[in-house]
Design a protein around this ligand. Structure first.
Ligand code: MG
Length: 371
């Protein structure tokens, strides 16, 4: 890795791990975090968790795992271009969606509804709970014992009430300070990845059409430049050429704008970054274009009648499972039975399920004529 800028996160200015460990040989602290995440069980489950399209609908659609890898790729590129800690950006990206329930946001909404009286359910907090507690692989501690800055990046948002219970990690939501630049990058790399791959998957599935997408200015502009350069080309190539130009335009705008924000604010240390406003961002024009793309996807893809059918069905599966397990926790695997906070353990169990495992459990518990 190239020399880091003084305000990048490094082993020297890190707040370290909760349980002190010797410095790793031949790796940086943040490479070690990344490696622990890749070796976790929750990471492997991402392969069978939905982003927008349910896993069995086709082998070419994104899953949480491929989404996660795309976020990491984008975040690493941006971090390197800005002289920041690429290993940290990679670690945060690889962990950012670990807490997602089966069936994406549909599953989370159902679980949150059921958990309302027991502290709610939020995938961000669940990602943190996984790396802090639920992964049980190491002899000396629960969780992965990641560095403060990796955990800080995973906790993208959090209510002030919850922040009060999180100790040093919650402080910034109360003091209204910022996380590291690396964490800020991952946040936007996530958006760049999902907006663009949802357009690609939307077209592939036939739920979105070219004609519709021409109302999105960023798409229209880049699509026109491909068409002007190459004339009539195969549709899949046309889509890919357009999407790759959009990603490139967003990433370059973000790097340019962030560079200019940094040169205006001139942070000298990581602490200066935390005290400054948000420094990683798009130009006003690109921000508008990105917001327009999000509105388009919400209206035309996430609320498409075929996606909604899937969403409602997913919510029913999660709701049925939650009600059944809470009603009789003896049906849970022993590790998930707990006298003091049973609803939270039911939520942990269900949130950990992949799409296909949740369906299988639902069949096991509810299919008549099948034991
Ligand atoms: Mg994500």
């Amino acid at each position: 890795m190239a020399e880091l800028l003084p305000y990048a996160v490094s082993a020297d200015n890190s707040r370290g791990r909760r349980f002190p460990e010797p410095f790793p040989a031949y790796r940086s602290e943040f490479q070690r975090d990344r490696d622990r995440i890749v070796h976790s069980t929750a990471f492997r489950r991402l392969e069978y968790k939905t982003q927008v399209f349910v896993n069995h609908e086709g082998d070419h659609f994104r899953t949480r795992l491929t989404h996660t890898l795309e976020v990491a790729q984008i975040a690493r590129g941006i971090a390197r271009a800005l002289g920041l800690n690429e290993d940290l950006a990679e670690a945060i990206s690889l962990a950012h969606d670990l807490g997602h329930t089966p069936y994406g946001h549909a599953g989370q909404d159902a679980l949150n509804e059921f958990m309302r009286d027991y502290g709610g359910f939020e995938h961000n907090l669940q990602s943190l709970r996984i790396v802090d507690k639920l992964e049980q692989r190491y002899a000396s501690f629960d969780g992965l014992n990641l560095c403060f800055e990796t955990r800080e990046g995973i906790l993208k948002h959090c209510s002030v009430a919850t922040a009060g219970r999180l100790g040093d990690l919650g402080e910034r939501f109360i003091n209204r300070t910022q996380p590291s630049l690396e964490a800020q990058i991952c946040n936007l790399a996530d958006e760049i990845a999902y907006n663009n791959h949802d357009i690609d998957d939307g077209l592939r599935s036939g739920l979105l059409s070219f004609d519709q997408l021409k109302e999105v200015s960023l798409f229209e502009r880049n699509w026109a430049s491909v068409r002007d350069a190459y004339g009539a080309i195969d549709e899949r190539r046309l889509v890919h050429e357009t999407v790759r130009r959009m990603i490139n335009a967003l990433v370059c705008d973000l790097i340019d704008m962030t560079t200019s924000n940094i040169s205006r604010c001139l942070p000298q240390t990581l602490d200066d970054v935390r005290q400054a406003g948000v420094l990683v961002g798009f130009s006003g024009e690109m921000d508008d274009a990105q917001q327009e793309m999000k509105r388009f996807l919400r209206k035309n893809l996430y609320q498409h009648h075929e996606v909604l059918r899937m969403t409602r069905k997913a919510q029913r599966i999660v709701a049925d499972l939650f009600a059944a397990f809470l009603d009789d926790p003896r049906m849970l695997p022993p590790a998930y039975r707990s006298g003091d906070n049973q609803p939270r353990r039911v939520a942990d169990y269900i949130a950990g399920m992949t799409d296909r495992y949740a369906m299988k459990e639902h069949r096991r518990l509810f299919a008549v004529g099948e034991i």
